[in-house]
Write a protein that binds this ligand. Structure first.
Ligand SMILES: NC(=O)c1ccc[n+]([C@@H]2O[C@H](COP(=O)([O-])OP(=O)(O)OC[C@H]3O[C@@H](n4cnc5c(N)ncnc54)[C@H](O)[C@@H]3O)[C@@H](O)[C@H]2O)c1
Ligand SMILES: CC(C)(O)[C@@H](O)C(=O)O
Ligand SMILES: [Mg+2]
Ligand SMILES: [Mg+2]
Length: 335
């Protein structure tokens, strides 16, 4: 199969389609704060819309915004960006956005969940598009401030104006995304790959593999501090090498003993059985069954999510990490 993705960079993009437009950023959390700050620093007109006064409201004010109630930010806006949690978007849309939709408004997402699974179905007289950063919100901000940018995916669901992709690319540019690159995709591809990625590797897979390795060493009687540095702290350095220089660059930096053990034992730990389960998890996303399960869990007050957070907070690995924080901080490069 030969396919080359369409990738846009700063050279192919302009902020013009959004200049002078009023942009409402709904939510001021992980992505909301990064988007509001990056878009404002790129010269766009941003208003932060929030449900109520509280932590986000205070943070937005501290960052120099004058936050408004969601509906007030929306009433005035040309472009409405959904950066509240995925599960909260449907209600915010129904109660605070839908009543104020005007012809030619833009509805924008950072992840396709609510459109792909039809939880939000905007009318046909608006543009619906997505700019999905391939990285956590604080990194989207950090890279931008340091002159770089986190790569993004861009997609158009509804192109009422005929200019939806140009506007998606303008947001991608203002976010810093096109300093790296913006890959064109669909809501379906972004939604499914994002969920599969975060479950099987980025969040779920990495966390469980680190925990399993740490707990195995501790069960065998090794010191938790030694186990922490071995199975959790050093992973960043290995991943950074892969990030900077690819797998070959990483392999060249580790010993032959590590290469040989890695090639042989890695495949025994992550074996065909693991790949089968990875595929099953991916199919569960693709069939919509995961979305159904998550919506149901959220409807019950997210008990599993809350327990996961509580258990992790109390875990020996997290406690050990906290105890070693001073040492880890002291060792970090200073520039
Ligand atoms: N977190 C990430 O790094 C990341 C990366 C890529 C895409 N996304 C997508 O960005 C969007 C926002 O995710 P996030 O992780 O930044 O969100 P978040 O959990 O950090 O959002 C918190 C913000 O939403 C507000 N909020 C919380 N509950 C709410 C409710 N019930 N109703 C209205 N507002 C509420 C909070 O006050 C806060 O301002 C999602 O679509 C997500 O999939 C997130
Ligand atoms: C940062 C991630 C994991 O890539 C994002 O997809 C999220 O949902 O937070
Ligand atoms: Mg995600
Ligand atoms: Mg993601």
């Amino acid at each position: 199969m030969s396919h080359i993705a369409k990738i846009y960079t700063d050279r192919d993009t302009t902020l013009d389609p959004l200049k002078g437009k009023k942009i409402a950023v709904l939510g001021y959390g992980s992505q909301g704060r990064a988007w509001a700050l990056n878009l404002r620093d790129s010269g766009l007109h941003v208003t932060v819309g929030l449900e109520r006064e509280g932590k986000s409201w205070e943070q937005a004010k501290a960052d120099g915004f004058d936050p408004k109630k969601t509906e007030d930010a929306v009433k005035d806006a040309d472009v409405v960006i959904f950066l509240v949690p995925d599960m909260a978007q449907r209600l915010v849309y129904r109660e605070k956005v839908q009543p104020y939709i005007r012809d030619g408004m833009d509805i924008v997402f950072a992840h396709g969940f609510n459109i792909h699974y039809r939880l939000i179905e905007p009318p046909s007289n608006v543009d619906v598009y997505m700019v999905a950063p391939k990285g956590p919100g604080p990194i989207v901000r950090e890279f931008y401030v340091k002159g770089g940018g986190v790569p993004v995916l861009v997609a158009v669901h509804q192109n009422h104006s005929g200019k939806a992709m140009e506007k998606a690319l303008a947001i991608a540019k203002a976010l810093g995304g096109t300093r790296a690159g913006a890959i064109e995709t669909t809501f379906k591809e972004e939604t499914e790959t994002d969920l599969i990625g975060e479950q099987t590797i980025l969040v779920g897979g990495v966390m469980e593999l680190m925990k399993a390795a740490f707990e195995t060493l501790v069960e065998m009687g090794y010191q938790p501090e030694v186990a922490y540095f071995e199975t959790i702290n050093e992973l960043k350095m290995i991943v950074d090498l892969i990030y900077d220089k690819g797998f070959m660059g990483m392999l060249k930096a580790v010993s032959d003993t590590a290469k040989y053990g890695g090639f042989t034992v890695g495949k025994q730990v992550i074996n065909n059985e693991t790949r089968k389960r990875l595929r099953e998890a991916a199919e569960k996303v693709r069939s919509g069954k995961f979305a159904e399960e998550w919506i149901e869990e959220y409807g019950r007050g997210s008990p599993t999510l809350q327990k996961g957070m509580e258990d992790m907070d109390k875990s020996l690995e997290e406690q050990t990490g906290r105890r070693l924080k001073e040492i880890i901080e002291r060792g970090k490069p200073k520039s």
